[in-house]
Design a protein around this ligand. Structure first.
Ligand code: AMP
Length: 228
């Protein structure tokens, strides 16, 4: 594949799961615990929209509708980011791949530099709980720490526990209407990747309902084994 990753990226971990499963929260915790880089295609696309790039213009309406951005755009964005030198520490992919085409592109990209993924970890959740999880969440615009109205509020209203920032943000697509479409897109286009990685022998499943720290502890065990 054109534009292969030129340095060694290791390890490569994938977090799979529907919107609201906690991929972003857990990826940030793994980043802090293991030193890997969290790579969220959602974050990269939101940055492209905010920067007004060509890819951002093309992705914006699709994201607002809760549909998937084209494989071509997302693969190009991911490939560019993966070739940054910090990714040599190892990466946790959060929200990528989301289609079989993206999964195959990732395999090709890695195999060009003699690599493969260490594990695809499915965060197993109950769909019905995802709407509440998503609609209550917000993030500190300063440091990126994630919060939730019910499950993880800030200690002082409006003030980030981590950096003291006051610029709290809610995503434009975290609404009840858009969540339904995002869940539908997950089941139609992304859930088949569970079988894809199972057949590669790379799939691990982690129960992901309950307390954030309990899920993180379970995930840590799986990640440590997959990267030993
Ligand atoms: P996320 O932050 O992962 O929930 O992604 C937010 C939105 O960005 C999704 O609803 C999609 O519109 C788009 N998006 C993020 N990652 C991908 C991807 N790998 N493939 C297609 N669209 C994506």
């Amino acid at each position: 594949m054109e534009g292969a990753v030129t340095h060694t990226v290791a390890p490569v971990l994938i977090l799979l799961g529907p919107p609201g499963a906690g991929k972003g929260t857990q990826a940030r915790m793994l980043e802090a615990a293991h030193g890997f880089i969290q790579l969220s295609t959602g974050d990269l696309l939101r940055a492209a929209v905010a920067a007004g790039t060509d890819a951002g213009h093309r992705a914006s309406a699709v994201m607002e509708a809760g549909d998937l951005v084209s494989d071509e755009i997302v693969i190009a964005i991911l490939r560019d980011r993966l070739s940054d030198p910090d990714c040599a520490k190892g990466v946790i992919l959060d929200g990528f791949p989301r289609t079989t085409v993206q999964a195959e592109a990732l395999d090709a990209l890695l195999s060009d530099s003699g690599q493969r993924i260490n594990a695809a970890i499915s965060l197993d959740v109950v769909d019905a709980a995802m709407v509440e999880r998503i609609c209550g969440r917000y993030t500190c615009g300063g440091c990126g720490e994630g919060y939730h109205d019910s499950f993880k509020p800030t200690a002082t209203t409006g003030l980030c526990d981590r950096c003291g920032g006051t610029n709290m943000k809610r995503r434009a697509d975290d609404t009840a209407e858009t969540v339904a479409q995002r869940l539908a897109a997950y089941h139609a286009q992304t859930a088949p990747l569970i079988d894809y990685y199972h057949s590669q022998g790379a799939l691990c499943r982690v129960p992901a309902m309950g307390a954030i720290n309990d899920i993180a502890a379970r995930l840590n065990v799986v990640v440590s084994e997959a990267t030993a």
